[in-house]
Design a protein. Structure first.
Length: 65
């Protein structure tokens, strides 16, 4: 998967999280893994505050229903 498509996945993830009220400010393509020879760039979910983590827990819990 190329860097361009990984960026598209990150954009889609950001959009979908936003639709359920979750914002991960540090969401991005990990620059080190994207620049390496290994063909598997990582998506960095980053850090979030407790309120955001609780919102993410609630959304995931609701999705299991």
């Amino acid at each position: 998967m190329g860097t361009r498509s990984v960026e598209q996945v990150v954009d889609q993830l950001r959009d979908e999280l936003g639709r359920v009220g979750v914002t991960l400010p540090s969401l991005r393509v990990d620059p080190v893994s994207a620049a390496s020879d290994v063909p598997y760039p990582l998506v960095e979910l980053g850090r979030c505050n407790v309120d955001t983590a609780m919102r993410l827990v609630a959304v995931l819990h609701e999705a299991r229903r």
